[in-house]
Design a protein around this ligand. Structure first.
Ligand SMILES: Nc1ncnc2c1ncn2[C@@H]1O[C@H](COP(=O)(O)OP(=O)(O)OP(=O)(O)O)[C@@H](O)[C@H]1O
Ligand SMILES: [Mg+2]
Length: 389
């Protein structure tokens, strides 16, 4: 035995949980192992495993989760350095802290041990109280490290759970918004129909009545004739207002298909703003269900509203096509452009609504714009299979 034990000067105080630490003692000299064991046991360390053959360390460390490895450096078959190198293959979270015990007093040698993964070292012959103090420090450090790992895992699990919850509730809000949007569109269509048909019918009846009155009594009564002419004028204006109202709710042209509706919308846009447009779309109407046609129409409507309000554009290009099972729509203007990164989510709803409408069908929208470079909105909406139409 090459250790000389010195008397213990001061007792080492351990925290209660430190003694639960499991420690692997590795030394080719059985007498050294016995000495280490006898030194540690009285301090309460009860979970001690000894290994005289360094070649068994790797599998022992895989099988048990040791907190501390007290490792001799000079051993036959494998040096302590080789053991440390081998251990690095183990997941660092399961790696025990390593206390190297060496008879070498050479400083470079000890620095090398620290560099190769040792957390601390003691030189033989060691003082018992120094050994115990270092073991105690390392065990405490390892326990706090383990504690932190557990806290981290708990935190990560909590964050994961919250993220999933957030995702679920976002999904739910999205579905709710889509549902409400569908109901709103149905409601608009119903109201547009009723306004158009019912009001239209009554107003037309009134108009015919004024015409009849005029035929019957107008010739003999010029004042009445004038009144009836005024009434007819008012009725015609009202019929126009009613038509516009119904169209604003849901343009009837949408029943003819998206391309026709886009043509109609763009013509009105050009008339109001003086900005010319070009529409690149197939001559034949697209085979499109009502929901997708309405969504694409509303998207185009919002894009044109934005162009009217902000773009100061010279012209507008719209592309509508269907390719590879998708409806593609692009609205490009050559206006002032903007930085999409600066649009504050939750403050404006136009672009958000465009994105959500595309998402409702599993599609997406993209804005390409920068100040001075115009704006391009691209929307992609997957089409259902032909049978679903
Ligand atoms: N074609 C465009 N050219 C220039 N700027 C645009 C264009 N489209 C959008 N923007 C800019 O992006 C911002 C966000 O647009 P968005 O449609 O989301 O909101 P908004 O039009 O301001 O308000 P809302 O649509 O909710 O009434 C606009 O305020 C505008 O600054
Ligand atoms: Mg807008």
């Amino acid at each position: 035995m090459n250790e000389v034990m010195r008397p213990l000067s001061e007792p080492v105080h351990l925290q209660a949980d430190a003694v639960s630490a499991s420690i692997l003692l590795v030394d080719d000299e059985q007498s050294n192992l016995t000495l280490l064991q006898r030194s540690l046991e009285p301090c309460g360390y009860a979970r001690l495993v000894s290994a005289a053959d360094p070649r068994t360390v790797f599998s022992l460390c895989l099988a048990h989760r040791f907190d501390l490895l007290i490792l001799d450096l000079n051993m036959p078959h494998m040096t302590g350095f080789q053991v440390m190198r081998q251990l690095r293959e183990i997941n660092p979270e399961n790696l025990p802290l390593i206390l190297v015990v060496t008879a070498q007093h050479d400083q470079d040698y000890r620095i090398r041990a620290l560099r190769e993964g040792a957390a601390d070292f003691v030189t033989k012959p060691f003082q018992l109280d120094e050994l115990l103090a270092r073991v105690s420090n390392l065990v405490q450090a390892r326990l706090s490290q383990k504690n932190m790992l557990v806290q981290n895992q708990l935190l990560e699990a909590g964050v994961r759970e919250r993220t999933e919850e957030l995702f679920r509730s976002r999904q739910l809000i999205r579905e709710l918004a889509a549902h409400r949007e569908n109901i709103r569109e149905e409601e608009r269509a119903r109201m547009a129909r009723e306004i158009h048909d019912e009001f239209g019918q009554y107003l037309t009846a009134l108009r015919m009545d004024t015409a009849l009155l005029n035929i019957k009594f107008g010739a003999d009564n010029p004042a009445l004739k004038q009144h009836l002419a005024n009434m007819k004028q008012t009725i015609d204006t009202t019929i126009g207002v009613v038509r516009n109202l119904a169209t604003a709710l849901r343009p009837g042209v949408l029943d003819m298909g998206l391309v026709s509706a886009a043509e109609w919308l763009l013509a009105g846009f050009e008339e109001r703003t003086g900005i010319p447009y070009r529409l690149h779309a197939p001559h034949e109407e697209l085979l499109l269900d009502n929901e997708r046609a309405t969504a694409a129409f509303r998207i185009l409507q919002e894009a044109l509203t934005n162009i009217t309000r902000y773009a100061q554009a010279g012209e507008v290009d719209v592309v509508i096509q269907s390719a590879e099972g998708e409806l593609l729509m692009e609205v490009r203007d050559d206006g002032v452009g903007f930085d999409p990164g600066l649009v504050r989510e939750g403050k404006t709803f136009g672009l958000l609504g465009i994105r959500e409408r595309a998402l409702m069908f599993g599609g997406e929208s993209k804005i390409d714009s920068e100040p001075g470079a115009g704006t391009t909105l691209s929307v992609r909406i997957p089409l259902p299979g032909r049978n679903a139409l």
